[in-house]
Design a protein around this ligand. Structure first.
Ligand SMILES: O=P(O)(O)O[C@H]1O[C@H](CO)[C@@H](O)[C@H]1O
Ligand code: HPA
Length: 291
């Protein structure tokens, strides 16, 4: 890692202080909207929103379907901050930049992260439009030394060697399942393992087969770095993947995935996801995690 990529505690603090001076909201929950899922922010009441380009120190979103706005507001009386647009490694951002907002959120007082993404399915039983509650992840770029925690450790955020077992909170996963049941949508709700790959190209058939053999249920190009950094600084994490396509695993299958199709499917499930996230925030205990 080059020194220009290092972000100091003061840099995170400067951005947090700027945001605290611009809004009265004091969020406990952060929501990251995946590709095409920016409408999750629309449910927030009493909104204050900021373009990423106006926030000191914030990176810029360059991907279609990621608006590039930070929205503060209330969901059933609970204060949230919502990223309408995330940053990806394939955009050319360093992983410190990709995960910059998470440490800023920590300094704002956030203790729970809800992360969402669009993903392709490897699991044979999954269908397009399914919602996968993330049980665990595989950080593939991390195996190759691409990890946002690489570099000097800032003990003020967390330990040098953080554990990652059980990173996706069990109670929140159970709560989400119960909510899905009461919403009558459990027939298309799954629980599984998400794998991050670097992108930006979608998988070859051989890569898809490899991921399938490794026990991956859904694959995407985000989420793992954000979750690693959130967990490192003591946040509770809940994650959802919307299955926007089935990854091609057969040489007889001539279908080709594209980003526009991913955004289309995201639109199709927007109402259900918005309801699920709203219910989850409204029913979660936000004071039980003070780490
Ligand atoms: O992970 P999110 O941001 O939801 O987006 C997913 O969708 C895009 C590909 O269509 C990639 O960016 C992939 O990571
Ligand atoms: O099939 C996929 N592969 C990787 N990332 C993705 N994001 C949405 N679908 C996919």
């Amino acid at each position: 890692m080059h020194s220009k990529d290092q972000i100091s505690h003061e840099d995170y603090q400067r951005t947090a202080d700027w945001l605290l001076s611009q809004t009265q909201h004091r969020p406990k929950v952060a929501i990251i909207c995946g590709s095409g899922l920016g409408m999750l922010a629309d449910a927030l009441q009493c909104q204050d929103s900021f373009k990423y380009s106006d926030i000191p120190g914030f990176p810029q979103s360059t991907v279609q379907g990621h608006a590039g706005r930070l929205v503060f507001g209330e969901l059933r009386g609970k204060t949230c901050v919502c990223m309408q647009g995330r940053f990806h490694m394939y955009e050319g951002h360093s992983l410190c930049k990709v995960t910059f907002p998470l440490r800023v959120f920590k300094l704002l007082g956030v203790d729970t992260l809800i992360v969402t993404n669009a993903a392709g399915s490897l699991a044979d039983s999954y269908n397009c439009g399914d919602i996968m509650i993330i049980r665990d992840h595989i950080n593939f770029p991390g195996f190759a030394g691409l990890n946002p925690l690489i570099g000097p450790n800032d003990e003020k955020f967390g330990p040098r060697f953080p554990p990652m077992s059980g990173v996706y909170d069990k109670d929140l996963r159970k709560l989400a399942f119960d909510i899905c049941k009461s919403m009558g949508v459990s027939q298309y709700v799954q629980e599984g393992v998400y794998c991050m790959v670097g992108g930006p190209n979608f998988e070859t058939i051989a890569e898809a087969r490899l991921l399938h053999k490794l026990g991956v249920d859904a694959v995407g190009m985000s989420t793992a770095p954000e979750v690693v950094v959130a967990s490192h600084c003591g946040m509770r994490v809940f994650g959802l993947s919307l299955i926007t396509n089935k990854v091609v695993k057969s040489y007889q299958d001539f279908e080709k995935v594209n980003h526009e199709a991913v955004l289309e499917v995201s639109k199709m499930r927007s109402e259900t996801l918005q309801k699920l996230v709203t219910e989850l925030v409204s029913r979660m205990d936000i004071n039980n995690n003070t780490a």
